[in-house]
Design a protein around this ligand. Structure first.
Ligand code: BGC
Length: 764
């Protein structure tokens, strides 16, 4: 395994300039604040390998679908998160020559992501061909306090010469997406203006009319003394900037501090954008870089207070979990219920920045336990608001009733086009229903059910009702032609997970109806009328639940991945020559489909979600059968297996699986970090520690903790918010210490009841 970054508990450190892995580092060094994000690109010009990326949450482009054979039902477009105005850029010239470190001899190169305080640092010494060496040091951040603001402090020092340094801070809207389907650019210019010391640029998307107005203001210092200067203005198509040329003596430090605001028509009226952008910029400028970065550190300190995990005795694991928590907190803050979590967050273009089932299946528990409950609630409301679109989607596909949420979406419309996924990977509907259960079970917020939950549950249940059919041959209900979470099998009949989650949704919907009938009868009556709930349909759901067909292998006592799975040649991953892995890069798709190998947790995903309904022996039989056949070629997979292995007391296996998720991006485990980081699977790593090693679950409204400590660690502790309590759970080989900084709580620890008063602690 190649280790790209130095191991450190709070920082990601790259030492030495590695041109080949620069795109990997750019993904890792991404910074964001839930509103905008920026890859770890260089401020100065760079002609080497790089993926430029500045993203604004919720700003996307409906790129015309590109597909081999069109199938009726495909959406017209694929939504793409947009690479937008490059606001970090500044061209540097040394005696007239552009500084481009891909063409220089580079010494002492360092990039540090400071996760504790939330900024990116970089330094190096470069010797261009003209021999005039410069030392560069930069710091930048996007503010989590003033979300529209980004700031950079960039210092350049001549090392062995005196000469002219020119600095051109700019805003460049003439950028493209790497994944544009037809090599089009997606932005048009609206307006621009440059004066000495300031500039602004407004661009607009060619479709959907999203406006982005970026404004910049900067100061220049020589040896920390602010300079007066008169800058040359630059205005080109979709580009504004300034050029300031200075004489610098050997070892004189020239610093530019660049402040930028980015505001969009998602939040403000188009005609207000310039004024609002300017006002926010002036406020940040008046505070100054030091105050802004101190506020940033203080705000991150607060985030860490709620979400940190401390691992003693394993710095690599410590760094990894902090990196994952840091990225999750950078990606989604829950302030805006129109937003969601793209699988790559703000770290790359892949997956279009859109919403997948990843949010409900993996991310919600993280936000539930580490942030205010309204944050996870906003993720649920996002789907609630898209219910009409999900119903429309079902109608478009020919269903008479119900809702089918899209596999991939930006605004509630499906925007993915592979028939075996778009039309068949319908299990996503189950995860969306499950997230409602998960939220209510964790928070106890039953009011959510009548307010938002039931509408979604009823429409999803109606979809399942129509999607199954009664097989005369089997005398059972069946579900044909689906793709389960395991995408290495398509168009299968009776995928155990999908059949199970469908019936579970109907069961839960009936349970919620009964609860509301008994506890909120007035509200229920109104809801039943609004949703047109009929007794016959409830009976139909009951009939389906009772008579659903589940494929099983009697002899082994396991649930079958899908009907016919045992007909496949049964080989174990360990018996495959290593050269075959990863299958998705080494084998033809045909060979993958015919094989027994499983891409990601599928039957086991179901047993994870519904673990309260199955005994340990059943879970164990299935785990022992499926784990050796699973190649975990989705980053979402090992965490689920790690949690189940923990539950089954298979400690070494649990730790081995955990390792596959925890440093996935830092060590480029899947050889694809250059596309961006696996943000949604980072939540899975958190799950492996908290639900896996920590054994945290909510059973009948009570938090239960049943931890073990991996032998590679000395101790670990994590913070979770549960209802009105904030718990710090510390596990060592000797004991479990639980401190409660919130209200009194009843807990079940290792099967025994405890009460922990406010401000108190227990030792078990
Ligand atoms: C996985 C899906 C997941 C998607 C986005 C795919 O590789 O198989 O389950 O939703 O990636 O993360």
């Amino acid at each position: 395994m190649e280790r790209f970054f130095k191991v450190d508990p709070w920082n990601i450190i790259e030492e030495g300039f590695n041109r080949e892995s620069n795109e990997i580092a750019e993904s890792i060094f991404s910074i964001g604040n839930g509103y905008m994000g920026q890859r770890g690109n260089f401020e100065e010009s760079y002609s080497g390998k790089s993926l430029q990326g500045s993203y604004m949450a919720g700003i996307y482009y409906p790129d015309k679908t590109r597909v081999g054979w069109w199938k009726n039902g495909y959406p017209e477009y694929f939504a793409k998160v947009l690479n937008s105005t490059n606001w970090i850029g500044m061209e540097i010239k040394i005696d007239g020559d552009i500084l481009d470190i891909s063409k220089c001899e580079v010494r002492d190169f360092k990039r540090i992501l400071n996760m504790k305080e939330g900024y990116l640092y970089r330094s190096f010494t470069a010797r261009p061909q003209n021999g005039k060496e410069v030392k560069v040091e930069s710091k930048r951040f996007v503010s989590i306090v003033n979300k529209e603001i980004g700031a950079i402090s960039y210092t350049i020092t001549p090392v062995n010469f005196s000469g002219a340094i020119s600095i051109s801070p700019y805003l460049d809207g003439d950028i493209e997406n790497k994944d544009s389907n037809y090599d089009e650019k997606f932005w048009d210019e609206v307006s621009k203006k440059a004066v000495s010391g300031e500039a602004s640029l407004t661009i607009k998307t060619k479709k959907l009319d999203f406006y982005l107005c970026s404004s910049v203001k900067y100061d220049i210092f020589k040896d920390n003394v602010k300079l007066r200067y008169e800058a040359e203005k630059v205005e080109k198509e979709k580009f504004v900037g300034n050029i300031v040329t200075l004489k610098a003596g050997e070892n004189e430090e020239i610093t530019i501090v660049k402040y930028v605001s980015n505001v969009t028509s998602r939040d403000f009226k188009v005609e207000e954008l310039n004024a609002v952008g300017k006002e926010l910029l002036e406020r940040a400028y008046a505070k100054g870089f030091d105050k802004l970065i101190n506020e940033q550190a203080a705000a991150w300190e607060e985030k860490w207070k709620q979400s940190d995990i401390i691992i003693e005795g394993d710095t690599a694991a410590q760094q990894a979990i902090r990196f994952n928590i840091f990225q999750l907190n950078q990606t989604y803050t829950g302030e805006d219920d129109r937003l969601n979590i793209g699988p790559k967050g703000f770290t790359g273009e892949k997956y279009g920045g859109s919403t997948y089932w990843d949010t409900e299946a993996y991310c919600i528990p993280f936000y539930l336990a580490t942030a205010d409950e309204k944050i996870a609630k906003n993720l649920l409301i996002y789907r609630y608001k898209q219910l009409d679109k999900a119903k429309e989607n079902a109608r478009n596909l020919g269903y008479k009733k119900g809702a089918l949420y899209p596999m991939v979406t930006m605004n509630g419309e499906e925007c993915h086009n592979e028939w075996e996924i778009t039309f068949e990977e319908i299990h996503r509907n189950g995860a969306i229903a499950y997230a409602i259960y998960n939220y209510v079970n964790y928070t106890g917020d039953k009011a959510y059910l009548s307010e938002y939950g039931l509408d979604v549950l009823v429409e999803i249940s109606r979809f399942w009702e129509e999607r199954v059919n009664f097989s005369e041959a089997k005398n059972k209900y069946v579900m044909l032609g689906v793709t389960g979470p395991n995408e290495y099998e398509n168009n299968v009949n009776n995928n155990w997970y999908t059949n199970r989650i469908a019936c579970w949704t109907m069961e839960y919907t009936i349970e919620v109806i009964d609860y509301l009938k008994n506890n909120e009868p007035d509200k229920y009556r109104k809801l039943a009328t609004k949703l047109g709930i009929q007794q016959e349909e409830i009976e139909k759901w009951q009939d389906i639940i009772k008579n659903m067909y589940y494929p099983v292998e009697e002899k082994l006592g396991i649930f079958l991945q899908q009907e016919g799975y045992m007909d496949k040649e049964q080989i174990l991953v360990k018996d495959l020559d290593k050269e075959n892995l990863p299958l998705n890069q080494k084998w033809s798709w045909d060979r993958i489909l015919r094989s027994c190998f499983i891409k990601q947790a599928d039957a086991l995903q179901g047993l994870y979600f519904l673990q309260h309904k199955y005994d340990l022996a059943t879970i164990e039989r299935n785990f022992d059968f499926y784990e050796p056949r699973t190649v975990h070629e989705s980053s979402l997979s090992p965490c689920i297996h790690a949690i189940l292995a923990s539950k089954l007391g298979k400690k070494d296996k649990a730790y081995e699986l955990y390792l596959r998720t925890s440093r996935l991006d830092l060590d480029n485990y899947n050889n694809d970090t250059e596309d961006g980081c696996h943000i949604t699977s980072m939540a899975g790593t958190w799950l492996s520690i908290v639900e896996g090693f920590g054994g945290v679950k909510v059973i009948n409204g009570k938090l239960t903790v049943s931890p073990f400590i991996p032998q590679q660690w000395k101790a670990f502790s994590f913070k979770i918010t549960f209802r009105d309590s904030l718990l710090n759970i510390n596990i060592t080989n000797e004991n479990i210490i639980i401190t409660n900084e919130g209200k009194e709580i009843d807990l079940l620890v290792k099967d025994k009841d405890y009460t922990v008063k406010e401000g108190d602690k227990i030792s078990v």
